[in-house]
Write a protein that binds this ligand. Structure first.
Ligand SMILES: [Zn+2]
Length: 417
């Protein structure tokens, strides 16, 4: 079956089922029992689509079942006095009200507060080709996000428009912040960041959220007005690519894995001139080189493992760890099994240790990828386990504070408007 056909199926099965149910109901309107029997199959199709779609976020975002040791008083005190900032999580995709504590997935505001997180980057995934793979993903495969839009009852404008998806999720974030009694705040500039930090230091239970897009495929070649619209809604971090190559840059998971195109160079300049921090996550090796050659501000690599401790093609090579350090950037080390080749905080710390051995402790941060279709070591409330593991590893308190958030704050202070 062709990708286009599959895509059409994903998009239209629920819609056709609804239409069939209505049609059959009408056709058999004068034949009581027959009417009910006739519409059962299409209704079952609709219900099944919604149930499967709604459950994906829970099924695909489990936590590891590894036992965790207790967090001692020293670790807890150090964690509580530190500013904790995480560079990447995708909970907006799954439609949960993040103000409510949930058992599903990894992130919501109560669990972020439990985990001592002061700043969370909320990333917006706008296209996910069905059956994507880490080696080479065909962008023409059917789009899973269409299924999400249908089964999570997003507005129809989002069914086929990736830009509408960004605006819709930014709107949902705004709505949650407005209803949060000050527990969730959008960070738009350095002023917001400092206000947030002052509130945290004063002991307020508040989480700052910074909006990001995962992949610039959401922008068209004539991107300036679209980017301005996203910026106005709070977009402050953007990766060039997600799972596939696009007209701006090559992805490490793309078919060609090329570098920045001419349009991509213009886009890098447009991001920087507006105060949108560039994220190299998912970028091909050539794209990483090309961006670092022209970047005027520190970048982030928001969520990754390193090849030095977990040798996978998409993990950061030593030469790119050095190049990002030379740029003044920060690398968010992941909290999921396939990034760090293991399911505990210790495996993440091992990757951090590798980066520190290469370039010192000023370029390591947290990049959980919570709710990113990953099996995380623990959910957001488990963040103090990392601090305990860093102490166990013999990291100095100053190093731990930098990793937990200090390095990310440095990059945001120089990158935000
Ligand atoms: Zn990702």
């Amino acid at each position: 079956m062709s990708p286009a056909m599959l895509n059409a199926l994903i998009a239209f099965v629920p819609a056709l089922s609804v239409a069939a149910a209505v049609g059959l109901y009408w056709k058999f309107r004068s034949r009581g029992a027959m009417r009910a029997v006739a519409i059962l199959p299409p209704l079952a199709c609709v219900v099944l689509s919604v149930v499967v779609g709604q459950s994906i976020g829970t099924i695909l975002n489990p936590v590891a079942s590894e036992p965790h040791g207790p967090v001692g008083d020293e670790a807890l005190a150090l964690h509580r006095e530190s500013i904790v900032a995480d560079l990447h999580a995708d909970p907006l995709l799954f439609g949960r009200d993040l103000l409510e504590r949930s058992e599903a997935g990894h992130v919501d505001i109560p669990r972020l507060l439990d985990g001592g997180v002061a700043l969370q980057v909320f990333s917006l995934v706008t296209r996910a080709p069905l059956g994507y793979n880490e080696e080479a993903t065909d962008p023409d495969r059917p789009d899973l996000i269409t299924l999400f839009a249908l089964t999570h009852f997003w507005p129809p404008s989002t069914y086929f428009s990736q830009r509408e998806r960004v605006l819709y999720h930014a709107g949902r974030f705004e709505d949650m912040a407005a209803r949060s009694d000050g527990r969730l705040r959008l960070v738009r500039d350095r002023g917001d960041l400092e206000t947030l930090l002052a509130a945290r230091r004063a002991g307020e239970q508040v989480v700052g959220g910074l909006l990001a897009i995962e992949g610039s495929h959401v922008l068209s070649s004539d991107f300036r007005d679209e980017l301005d619209a996203f910026f106005a809604r709070g977009l402050r971090m953007a990766s060039l690519t997600h799972f596939f190559d696009n007209e701006f840059a090559g992805s490490v998971q793309g078919l060609e894995k090329g570098g920045l195109t001419m349009r991509g160079r213009e886009l890098v300049a447009a991001f920087e001139s507006r105060g949108i921090v560039i994220d190299l996550a998912h970028a091909s090796h050539a794209t990483i080189d090309d961006v670092l050659a022209i970047a005027r501000r520190p970048v982030v690599f928001s969520h990754t493992g390193v090849a030095g401790t977990c040798d996978q093609y998409h993990n950061l090579r030593d030469e790119h760890v050095r190049a990002i350090a030379a740029n003044g950037g920060v690398i968010g080390i992941g909290l999921w099994d396939t990034a760090v080749c293991g399911s505990t905080a210790r495996h993440t710390i091992r990757a951090m240790r590798h980066v520190i051995d290469l370039v010192g402790d000023s370029h390591v941060g947290l990049g959980s990828d919570f709710d990113g279709y990953v099996r995380a070591h623990f959910d957001a409330s488990g963040m103090p386990l990392l601090t305990q593991a860093m102490l166990d590893e013999g990291f100095e308190p100053d190093t731990i504070r930098r990793i937990l958030g200090g390095n990310v704050l440095r990059v945001l202070r120089s990158g935000l408007p």
